[in-house]
Every structure is written in C-alpha cells, then in structure tokens.
Design a protein around this ligand. Structure first.
Ligand code: DX5
Ligand code: ZN
Length: 231
C-alpha cells in the first residue's frame, strides 16, 4: 500500500473550454491538489486539445501546481513552452520519445519535474532504467485521446507491480492513474497502489457539483486504503 497521500488531479479535458480560467478557480476552491492538462497533438493520439498558450492564460488564476500530460509525438521541441507557460511537472510518454532519458533530463534542466506516462499496452520494463529520473509514473487506465472512456480493470496488476518495483527499490514516487476514474472505480485503483487520481468527466458530470465530487472521490479512496477493501 502506498504511503503517499491521496491527491485528486482534475483533468480539464472535459470542462467547458470557454470557462477554463473560472473552472481552475472552482477546482482550487474544491480542494484539488493540482490541475492536470491533457495535451494532445492529433498525431500521438487521435485528438487535439490545448497548447501552452491556453495553460499560460490560466496560470495566474490559481496557485495550484500544473502538470502537463504531453500526449505528443517527440515532445522535446515543445517542452520549453510548457515550462514557460507555468507547468510545474511534465509527463511524457516513452512511446513518443526516441531518447526518453535525454527528454527527462531536458525537463529537469528547465526547472520542471520530470514524469512518465505509460499506455495500457506498454510494459513497466520500458521505464525501469529511468525511475531515478522521474518523480511520478502515470499508468493510463484508458487508451489515451478522449475523456469519458471505460476504466480498464486489467491495469490494476500493472499498478500493483509498479508499486512493488518502486517500494522494493526504496524510491518514493507518485503513482498516478488516468482514465475512467469515478466513484465506482477510484477505490480499486487506490487498493492497486495509486495515490494520484486524474479525474475528468466524473467531476463535471456530478449533479451536486465539483466540490461534492472531489470530496466524495477522496473519501472513497481514503476509506479503501484505511480498510484495505472496496466498500
Ligand atoms: C485520455 C485522457 C483522459 C482524461 C480523463 O487521454 O488523459 O483519461 O484525462 O478522462 P476521464 O473523463 O475518463 O476522467
Ligand atoms: Zn492525462
């Protein structure tokens, strides 16, 4: 079981793009720990979302850390713009980087926190030799490109194995899951070993509002970790 605290990282991919600044303010008021920006280039994934200018326009609205999930082919050339836009943490996909170790070093040298994100089919072995270069590993629990997809339960053993790998090596990394995280899935993902939960559509479709959604999701994850079972 992870010893790191539960964090809710809202993805604004499914928010109203006409109100993104206000949405960030509402999310900060709702008590989230960070904002997760799902950046898509239409090449690495079959969708296009937002770029550094959009993130930069929201940066002054809140004090929260920003993390950019770059679902972008060969991201090196774009990374400086996301750091400049105010992203504290940059997640790249090994599947999209020819020289992953060098890309992670570029993120660090620019003063941001390096992290990696793995597609469902990508084995953990791909990042075995860069675990000392990252602060976080994201396990995709959907195939990247769109919000509102179904959670892939078959990713849970992968999350568990990642936690074992991290803990047995004495490291202290955030383990994040992204995709299909909702009231009926967050407890299982927490029991598998995740401590950071990217949530998009489940936040914005909660009829009681974002604050209720954040509180409910956090309680479900924390209860599962405390009891060791899914309620
Ligand atoms: C997929 C995206 C989504 C998004 C969250 O590329 O990364 O996983 O963040 O989506 P939902 O709506 O499933 O929480
Ligand atoms: Zn994401």
């Amino acid at each position: 079981m992870t010893t790191r605290g539960v964090e809710i990282a809202p993805s604004v991919l499914n928010a109203d793009f006409a109100r993104l600044g206000d949405v960030c303010v509402e999310l900060e008021a709702a008590g989230v720990e960070r904002i997760h920006w799902d950046v898509m280039d239409g090449q690495f994934v079959p969708n296009i979302s937002m770029g550094p200018a959009v993130i930069a326009s929201c940066r002054p609205k809140v004090d929260l850390p920003f993390e950019a999930h770059l679902m972008v082919h060969e991201p090196d050339g774009l990374i400086p713009a996301f750091v400049e836009a105010g992203c504290d943490r940059i997640l790249v996909h090994p599947e999209a980087c020819t020289h992953l170790h060098r890309t992670l070093g570029l993120i660090r040298d620019l003063g941001a926190e390096p992290a990696v994100a793995l597609n469902p089919a990508t084995p953990l072995e791909v990042i075995e030799w860069v675990l000392d270069s990252v602060l976080q590993v994201l396990i995709m629990t959907v195939n990247p490109g769109f919000g509102g997809q179904a959670y892939l339960t078959e990713m849970e053993p992968k999350v568990r194995r990642l936690l074992d790998l991290v803990e047995s090596s004495g490291r202290d990394l955030d383990i994040e899951v992204d995709g299909g995280i909702a009231p009926d899935t967050i407890a299982r993902a927490a029991l598998a070993g995740a401590n950071v939960f990217v949530v998009g559509s489940a936040l914005f479709r909660d009829e009681l509002g974002v604050e209720h959604a954040v509180k409910d999701l956090r309680q479900r994850a924390e209860a599962a970790l405390a009891s060791g079972t899914v309620a």
